[in-house]
Design a protein around this ligand. Structure first.
Ligand SMILES: Nc1ncnc2c1ncn2[C@@H]1O[C@H](COP(=O)(O)OP(=O)(O)OP(=O)(O)O)[C@@H](O)[C@H]1O
Ligand SMILES: [Mg+2]
Length: 295
């Protein structure tokens, strides 16, 4: 009879602690949710744990089976904790839990048969036991594959929910900062911010500097020199698609403008405004004034 090594003993202690905790949790879930098979899984696991602790033959195999059983117990508990299911499991999941229950009974049978009961009896049963062990391993592997896929699909669902929520938040922020109407929502956002906070948020929303920009040196120089005088108001006029916005983007990122205005640069898309009052209120909102101030 092989003597259990220190490593085997430690492994058994670890897995026994974890399995005991899993069984207790499973019993709680079973008592609350009444999922079929759970109480049978809990009682077989409890009995299996006792058998593995006292087993004499093939102890390493038995511990390995118990470790895999532990993984599956937690996978089953985790399925019940999914908030979107409310503890209700689909027929396919129940079917796999049923298969695991059968595998668990085979494991229990195998471990029981490893108790030391005479070498002759063991000799004749060796082939049968090898087949049983193989069946246990195949059953466990199938269950692990299934429940791992369930866990991955849950993680993907959660990631998609998170991405969707974040996307909505970004859209709302863009809407409120660069495409807003004179509305309570827009002004309340700016009321909550100091002037410097509002400006720096707007700067983070500045459109990028054009990567390709040719043939407007004269216009650019004119605008930059106009900025030497204050107050400066410049209207860039031209037919659709002539490059008005591109020129404005070049100006807002020009080193002279950056050096002079730095955090006080604001880009306000005014396409949605139709009156002077709306235009003034929109620009005011972007620099931290509320609707009342702009009247
Ligand atoms: N100086 C330039 N060099 C290279 N590409 C340019 C230049 N000016 C504009 N473009 C390109 O031409 C297209 C239209 O430019 P832009 O959007 O600036 O025009 P716009 O006058 O603001 O148009 P709209 O009247 O529709 O607002 C963009 O693809 C832009 O990259
Ligand atoms: Mg434009």
């Amino acid at each position: 009879m092989p003597t259990p090594t220190v490593g085997t003993h430690a492994r058994l202690t670890d897995v026994a602690t974890c399995v005991s905790a899993a069984i207790e949790t499973l019993e709680l879930v079973s008592g609350t949710l009444k999922t079929p098979f759970l109480s049978s899984i809990a009682s077989t696991s409890r009995s299996l744990l006792k058998s593995v602790e006292t087993v004499k033959q093939n102890k390493t195999d038995c511990i390995h089976l118990l470790e895999q059983t532990h993984q599956l117990l937690y996978a089953i508990i985790a399925l019940h904790l999914r908030s979107d299911t409310g503890g209700e499991l689909s027929p396919i999941v129940l079917n796999h839990i049923g298969s695991f229950t059968e595998t668990l009974q085979k494991i229990h049978h195998f471990v029981e048969a490893q108790q030391d009961k005479g070498w002759l009896k063991q000799f004749f049963r060796q082939a049968e036991m090898a087949a049983l062990l193989k069946a246990c391993n195949i059953g466990l592997q199938e269950s692990l594959n299934f429940f791992q896929i369930q866990a991955i699909s849950f993680a993907i669902d959660a990631a998609q929910d998170y991405a969707h929520k974040t996307h909505q938040e970004v859209l709302e922020m863009i809407h409120s900062l660069s495409d807003m109407h004179v509305s309570d929502t827009a002004s309340s956002i700016n009321r909550g911010l100091s002037s410097s906070e509002s400006s720096s948020m707007s700067i983070s929303m500045l459109p990028s500097e054009p990567q390709i920009f040719h043939g407007r040196d004269l216009e650019l120089t004119d605008i930059l020199s106009a900025f030497q005088k204050e107050p400066t108001r410049i209207a860039i006029l031209g037919a659709g698609g002539m490059g008005k916005t591109s020129l404005a983007r070049m100006v807002v990122h020009h080193p002279e403008v950056v050096a002079r205005y730095d955090q006080r640069r604001v880009f306000v898309a005014c396409d949605t405004t139709t009156t002077q009052v709306e235009l003034a209120a929109l620009i005011g909102a972007h620099v931290g004034l509320n609707a009342a101030d702009s009247r």
